[in-house]
Structure formats: C-alpha cells, structure tokens
Ligand binder design. Structure first.
Ligand code: UDP
Length: 239
C-alpha cells in the first residue's frame, strides 16, 4: 500500500558530501543510487520534487581561497562541482526511470538547461525532477542559499534537508550522549543559538518568506518518504 502525503511540491537539499559515502572525496556511485531510490520513492507518491545538491565533496570556494586562490574563481569552481553532482544524480534517477532536468544557474547549454523559472515550473507540473545546479550562480553564496531561493521561486511547501542525523540538536549528538533534539524550533532561535543548520543568508531568506525547513536523516532507508508521510523523527524549523 502506498503511503500518503499532503505535500505537493518540495525542495530536497543535500550536501555534496552525502554523495561520497565512506570515501573522503568525490562520488560513490552506490550511495548516489541509494539516494536516487529515496527520491524515486517520493516521486512515486506523486510529489513534485526540486533538488539542490552541494559541491563540498569535490570543491569548496573557501578551501580554495584559503590556499591562496582568488575567492570568486574558487567559488566558480565550487559551483562547477555542483554541476557534476547534479549530472551524477540525473544519471542515477533516469536509470530508475525517473525523468529529470538539470537546470544550471550558469549557462552551459550543451550540459544543462539554463534557469528559466516558468520553464522549470512546467517541468515540475510534468513530474520531472528538477535538479538545480551551479548554486545561485553567484560567488559568496552557498547551495543552502540556492535551495532557499529556488524553493521560494518554485513555490515549494517546504525545504527538506537530508543530513546524517535526524534533526537539529542542542549540541553534537555524535560526541555528546545527552544531546537533545528539537522537534520544532524557530529560525530566530537557530540564529540566536548559532546552531549549525544553514548559513545565515539562507536562513534569512527562508524565514522572511515563511518557508519551513525540515531537517531529517538520509541514512534510514525509506526515510525521505517516511518524513513526507508524517513518520519518523525530524526537526521542523519555522518562521
Ligand atoms: N557556491 C557559490 N555560490 C552558490 C553556491 C555555491 O559560490 O550560490 C560555491 C561555494 O564556493 C561553495 C561551493 O560552491 O563552497 C560548494 O557549495 P556548498 O559549499 O554549498 O556545498 P555543500 O557544503 O552543500 O556540499
């Protein structure tokens, strides 16, 4: 029996590191495939899906600039890394029979569609998974901000942030057995307590547009679908 959800259109944000498995770098194809199956199971429920994938498994602008590279150049390299991840996810999803579009914030027409809002909305209506690549297209931003921006532009009902823990804790649950998970917390409290969820500009964009954020674990098989059906543990961040 198919689980039910009330969500019609959602944004899934995952970091680049979620695709590297136990490796220290790059893409781990079985892990990419596992996440693609999670996405497919939600797609099978009839939900329209937007995705933003980070690039930290390949390149981060800050790391490049710390090594002496010019910051904006390093950030463009980071954005290109997200395109590679998006293409890997596209390939894995289409292998499972899910139609997708990679939509890039930086034009590279041979590789991906340019971002045109109305066209992206049309893809969603036709049940194509839209993978938004190259972040916002601007240096000094992150893919968290890109997920917040695109979620608003696409009128998603919420951002689902897949992590390796099942929500936001008051301290690191990996090192502190007494760490407490929040069921619900406001964006203002996340900012005030400096909880590591998204960067401040991504939070401000989500908060000011009343976009809910659901932080959940991508490690549980069926986790994404479960969360959408109202099962499992997670943290909801509200405006
Ligand atoms: N980036 C950028 N502008 C954006 C999105 C990303 O300059 O709008 C660059 C930035 O250098 C960043 C890198 O792309 O370090 C990879 O993205 P991010 O760090 O958000 O990836 P994640 O940590 O989610 O894997």
């Amino acid at each position: 029996e198919q689980p039910q959800t009330t969500f019609k259109r959602v944004m899934l944000k995952i970091s680049g590191e979620a695709l590297m498995g136990d490796q220290g770098y790059g893409l781990h194809p079985p892990t990419v495939e596992r996440i693609a199956r999670e996405v497919k199971s939600v797609h099978d429920m009839g939900v329209e899906i937007c995705m933003v994938i980070g690039g930290g498994n390949i390149f981060r602008g800050l790391a490049g600039s710390a090594q002496g590279m010019e910051r904006t150049t390093a950030d463009y390299m980071g954005m290109l890394a997200t395109v590679m991840n998006a293409l890997a996810m596209q390939s894995a999803l289409e292998e499972l029979g899910v139609f997708t579009r990679v939509i890039s914030a930086i034009r590279m027409d041979e590789v991906a569609e340019p971002y045109i809002r109305r066209r992206a909305v049309r893809h969603l209506e036709k049940k194509r998974v839209c993978i938004f690549a190259a972040g916002t297209g601007n240096p000094y931003f992150t893919t968290d901000t890109a997920s917040s921006l695109r979620a608003n532009e696409m009128a998603c009902e919420a951002i689902f942030m897949g992590k390796n823990v099942d929500g936001i804790y008051d301290c690191d649950p990996k090192t502190n057995p007494d760490a407490k998970r929040y069921d619900r917390i406001s964006y203002d409290d996340v900012l005030r307590d400096n909880l590591k969820v998204m960067d401040a500009s991504a939070i401000a964009l989500a908060r000011d547009n009343k976009m809910p954020l659901i932080v959940f674990s991508l490690n549980e098989p069926g986790g994404f679908r479960g969360i959408l059906a109202g099962e499992g543990t997670y943290t909801e961040v509200h405006a």
